[in-house]
Design a binder for this molecule. Structure first.
Ligand code: F6P
Length: 329
């Protein structure tokens, strides 16, 4: 059986990464596998930047945001020379397998390393929820709740001043975060990259319908993949003669204590990552599907696509006066 593994976090951090590290380490200890923490993601594996971990070194981190292992996006690891160095580190330290916690970029690195003979198990963690092979990625729920809390606060002041708010949320090229948050805050409009923007219909008419229904404040949620909230705000000003206030939530969405869902999911995924190694498997991504956990070969996992739930987009639209008036649900 495998005797020693490395664990790292890579790419953008996500609340719940620490919970996953804790689960990996504690499950490894229970299986008699030694655990080495690799700091600063794939770059740390190249540089031999490590820390030995035992059960007590991951105490009191379950509820902490960020990652105690630090994280990075490594250009060196994109090169063959960089990856060869990483393999040398593994040989030097006796690391026989790596648990890589991160998103798609992390898993592309994982595939390359596995091709050089170091087995990798991936644990999906990104606030974007944009990893194709899994329904859910660690950090998404926490980020949604952070954004919802911020937007609820914004709504108070927008309502008092009878203003329009344009809020930009993260998500990279995907609209999962924006759509979930938009539904949860009862946004006037939600703009996502998956749906081509018809500015007149999707924004102007919707604000107008809201106004005609008697409302005097408006909340427009924009996924960063659509473009800048400042540009959207400017276009609203030109079209409707109002002066929207712009808020870019930015990295605040990546911070804070993980929610219960993220702690619990991270713990289960971390556990399953080690069980895959302990039972002689590897080179897979730990994914959630229909509520259960499955292992998907990395190469196949990277080809999977996940589509924004357009039925949910429709539900969001139906909650708006304009959509209800123009089309039956
Ligand atoms: O992938 C997570 C994410 O937060 C994206 O939503 C965002 O586009 C990106 O990372 C920001 O990256 P950085 O921290 O390098 O600015």
């Amino acid at each position: 059986m495998i005797k020693r593994i490395g664990v790292l976090t890579s790419g953008g951090d996500a609340p719940g990464m620490n919970a996953a590290v804790r689960a990996v380490v504690r499950t490894a200890v229970a299986c008699g596998i030694e655990c080495i923490g690799i700091r600063r993601g794939w770059q740390g594996l190249i540089n031999g930047d490590f820390v030995r971990l035992d059960s007590s070194s991951v105490g009191h981190i379950l509820s902490r945001g960020g990652t105690i292992l630090y994280t990075a996006r490594s250009d060196d690891f994109m090169t063959e020379a960089g990856r060869q160095k990483a393999v040398s580190t593994c040989k030097m330290l006796g690391i026989e397998g790596v648990v890589a916690i991160g998103g798609d970029g992390t898993f592309r690195g994982a595939l390359e390393l596995s091709r050089l003979g170091i087995p990798v198990v991936g644990v999906p963690a990104t606030i974007d929820n944009d990893v194709g092979c899994t329904n859910y990625t660690i950090g998404f729920d926490s980020a949604c709740n952070t954004a919802i809390e911020c937007i609820d606060k914004l709504r108070d002041t927008m309502q008092s001043h009878e203003r329009c708010s344009v809020v930009e949320v993260m998500g990279r090229n995907a609209g999962f975060l924006a759509l979930y948050v938009g539904i949860a805050v009862g946004a006037t409009a939600v703009l996502v990259p998956e749906k081509p923007l018809d500015f007149e219909k999707d924004v102007v008419e919707r604000i107008r319908e809201y106004r005609l229904a008697g409302n005097t404040h408006f909340m427009i949620v924009v996924a960063e993949g659509v473009g800048s909230a400042f540009e959207i705000g400017q276009k609203i000003k030109e079209a409707l003669g109002i002066e929207p206030r712009i808020t870019v939530l930015g990295h605040i969405q990546r911070g804070g204590a993980p929610t219960g869902r993220d702690r619990e999911t991270a713990t289960r995924m971390g556990y399953h990552a080690i069980m895959a190694f302990a039972e002689g498997r590897g080179n897979c991504i730990i994914a959630t599907q229909e509520g259960g956990i499955v292992e998907i070969p990395i190469e196949e996992a990277l080809t999977r696509k996940k589509h924004l739930q357009m039925d949910r987009y429709r539900i969001m639209e139906v909650m708006q006066f304009g959509a209800v008036r123009s089309t039956a649900p």
